[in-house]
Design a protein around this ligand. Structure first.
Ligand SMILES: NC(=O)c1ccc[n+]([C@@H]2O[C@H](COP(=O)([O-])OP(=O)(O)OC[C@H]3O[C@@H](n4cnc5c(N)ncnc54)[C@H](OP(=O)(O)O)[C@@H]3O)[C@@H](O)[C@H]2O)c1
Length: 324
């Protein structure tokens, strides 16, 4: 079968469209004929070596498709079911083995495209606003990269929960998108001082929480934008890894600092199922609009990574999997 492999860390050009053995189904797994693979920022971290992994590796942590075979110890799934799933690292491929505990049958009204586009960014957004910091009516929340894939979902959820949202973006086009999603105020964080703008928008009150997936370039501004006892949720590295911090800095205002990973919020079948139920319910009620901003063919995974790293995303990037 065809798959996208990384042989050794590098830039997007190091991705190889390779022929590799088709996996065989294991007793406790499901073999999926992939239709779409979701492209995530984390795939670039694995490709560059920021998150070390054993190489050669097939990239890809989520996807959707049709079940081709079911392992003999698997219950609750059947050949032909339409599913979306989280994978350890292998969805940029025609087929992959998936653990049943990380798979979800797609509701009839959810397409394979939307299924592949929903899980990582959608579940991340839900767990950020529910568990990292419980967003409440009346809160003021700062959301970085408010027009990006995860950011736009966080904005929609914060508005749904009754918060005032200040969104940061790099361009006017992205400002229009974030405003359209409900953001009350916009900061152009590549040229404006974030904390000063927050001070102005909040009459000096500052914000209850910051959701920051940008990392290195925004960390200090996020910290300086918080009110006393505020919460800084640093959940990504789009601009690079946040340098080590001095813990005593948190005592200025009793700041709560989190560096969450989605997987530890959905580690049990109950947690995964509850988060998925909420996700697809919010999608069907149109509270969450899953925007697929670009699709590439599997063989063009290099272009997909370059697209993300050139900060062109205004939603989800997918790889479309053709079968030979
Ligand atoms: N912790 C977790 O479990 C978890 C799960 C999912 C995602 N994440 C993290 O969330 C972040 C966003 O992921 P995503 O899938 O939503 O990605 P995305 O759709 O590509 O959005 C990333 C956005 O970050 C902004 N950005 C700022 N500086 C950047 C830079 N130097 N290079 C590229 N982009 C930059 C860009 O918006 P502007 O142009 O407006 O600046 C870009 O659109 C990533 O850091 C990712 O690792 C974490």
């Amino acid at each position: 079968m065809k798959a996208i492999q990384v042989l050794k860390p590098g830039n997007a050009k190091c991705l190889v469209y390779a022929t590799v053995p088709k996996p065989t189904v294991a007793a406790k797994s499901i073999l999926v004929r992939n239709a779409f693979s979701g492209v995530n920022y984390i795939d670039t971290y694995i490709r560059t070596g920021l998150y070390p992994t054993k190489m050669p590796a097939i990239l890809g942590r989520e996807g959707s498709g049709i079940i081709e075979q079911v392992g003999r110890d698997v219950h609750g799934f059947n050949i032909g079911d339409r599913i979306a799933y989280l994978a350890t690292e292998n969805s940029y491929a025609e087929f992959c083995n998936v653990e049943p505990k990380s798979a979800v049958k797609l509701p009839q009204n959810v397409s394979l495209e939307v299924g592949a586009a929903s899980l990582i960014q959608g579940l991340t957004a839900i767990t950020l606003v529910r568990r990292s910091y419980q967003v409440k009516k009346g809160d003021t929340i700062l959301v970085h990269a408010a027009a990006g894939g995860t950011g736009r979902l966080v904005v929609q959820l914060c508005k749904h929960l009754g918060a005032t949202v200040i969104g940061t973006v790099s361009t006017e086009e992205k400002a229009a998108i974030a405003t359209g999603l409900g953001a009350d105020h916009i900061i152009y964080y590549t040229k404006e001082d974030v904390a000063e703008k927050v001070r102005g928008y909040t009459n000096g009150e500052m914000v209850h929480a910051v959701f920051d997936g940008v990392g290195k370039n925004t960390f200090q501004g996020s910290f300086d934008s918080l009110k006393r006892c505020g919460t800084l949720v640093s959940f990504g590295n789009a601009s690079g890894k946040v340098p080590p911090i001095e813990i005593n800095m948190l005592s200025k205002g009793n700041i709560v600092l989190l560096r969450p990973m989605l997987y530890s919020y959905i580690a049990t079948p109950e947690e995964f199922s509850a988060a998925n139920t909420e996700l697809f319910d919010l999608i069907s009620k149109k509270v969450l609009d899953i925007n697929i901003c670009k699709q590439f063919d599997l063989k063009d995974a290099t272009l997909a990574h370059e697209f993300i790293e050139a900060r062109k995303t205004t939603g989800k990037v997918l790889l479309k999997i053709a079968h030979q």
